[in-house]
Design a protein. Structure first.
Length: 214
């Protein structure tokens, strides 16, 4: 039994992510965990015909499989993936366009120009896996709508140049300067936009009887 801040869990939690934001959000829940970096995940290798909004959960499951070390009896692996979807009104095949992480300054600025004055969706998929003894292998996703006010070129360039959001889906961090000055409204979980839906994750732990209070 692992204990943290008066709470108990029968598992040693492993966060399969190098994201500092996911690490910070999981720390906020108060249960002890360790992190593990994952390698060899081909995020472009997707099943044919998969619905765009289902991709984050599929990628979270792919990341789980990329953790090749056998899980011990009391270990629970947590993996996640976040994507931003902007509206694509001119595309009849799909109403949403996937926005991953920008590769350079030009891409980051273009992403923010596309989000400026519009509503977009942030979807995070989460997958939990334990050893065969416990038999846990389950996933879920959370969706949040975000509305940006109209951003000026100067605001976009200032943010990209000073915050360099190249590790963030959609090219921005909701918790950073651009979020303070640019986001008008959020419908859903704020923490989901940061990269980890803490409330749904906690609900999942309770459903699995994976957390208790003394």
């Amino acid at each position: 039994m692992v204990q943290g801040f008066g709470m108990k869990t029968p598992f040693h939690l492993i966060l399969g992510s190098s994201s500092p934001r996911r690490k910070m959000l999981l720390e906020g829940i108060g249960l002890p965990f360790v992190t593990a970096s994952l390698h060899g995940v081909n995020e472009t290798n997707l099943p044919e015909g998969i619905a765009p909004l289902d991709i984050p959960q599929h990628l979270a499951q792919m990341k789980s499989r990329a953790y090749t070390k056998p899980l011990e009896e009391n270990e629970l692996l947590i993996t996640a993936d976040t994507l931003v979807f902007s509206a694509s009104p001119h595309d009849t095949s799909s109403p949403w366009t996937i926005m991953g992480k920008p590769q350079n300054r030009e891409e980051a600025c273009q992403m923010l120009q596309n989000l400026s004055g519009n509503c977009h969706k942030v979807v995070t998929g989460v997958f939990l896996r334990s050893s065969k003894i416990h038999g846990i292998a389950c996933g879920f996703s959370d969706k949040t709508k975000v509305w940006f006010s109209r951003l000026t070129e100067e605001e976009i360039q200032y943010y990209v140049d000073h915050y360099k959001p190249y590790d963030k889906a959609g090219g921005y961090g909701v918790q950073e300067w651009i979020g303070y000055i640019g986001i008008e409204r959020i419908e859903g979980s704020f923490y989901n936009v940061m990269g980890f839906p803490t409330q749904k994750f906690w609900a999942c732990l309770k459903q699995l009887n994976a957390v208790s209070f003394p």
